[in-house]
Design a protein around this ligand. Sequence first.
Ligand code: SME
Length: 151
Amino acid sequence: MQVQNLKTQITTLIDSDFLVEKKLQAICNYLKSEIAYYDWVGFYFKNGNKNELKLAQYAGEPTDHIIIPFGKGICGQVAVSNNNFVVQDVSEQENYISCGWKVKSEIVFPIFVNEKNVGQIDIDSHTVNPFTEKDEELLEFICAKVSQILA
Ligand code: SME
């Protein structure tokens, strides 16, 4: 993974004149097309004042999981823990919401605005054990950049 090049491209997208929604969609599309083992890339955000997440922009197959209650699944756990969650093998997770048998691993990073957890980026992969420190570096960078345009 060419982290530096990916960061540069993401920065160009973030600094573009697009509306926020279009930037987030472009990030999803870009990551899915550039990284072979990123099979689904999406953003979930806190749904108003409810303790649940709502799906926003995504790239990949449509999912039934538009709304995810806090605490449920990998996404719902990140909404309450405020921590990155790297799942190299979803079959080892009990609190997991399946988006289909093809998904083998998942990585979720929270997005903070003014120190509040407002949402997250969620990536599903059809490969077991695909994620490295480079993914974590890239996704932390993206979450920080997205935080700036949401603030
Ligand atoms: N697998 C997630 C649900 C969302 S989908 O991956 C799009 C979870 O366990 O929270």
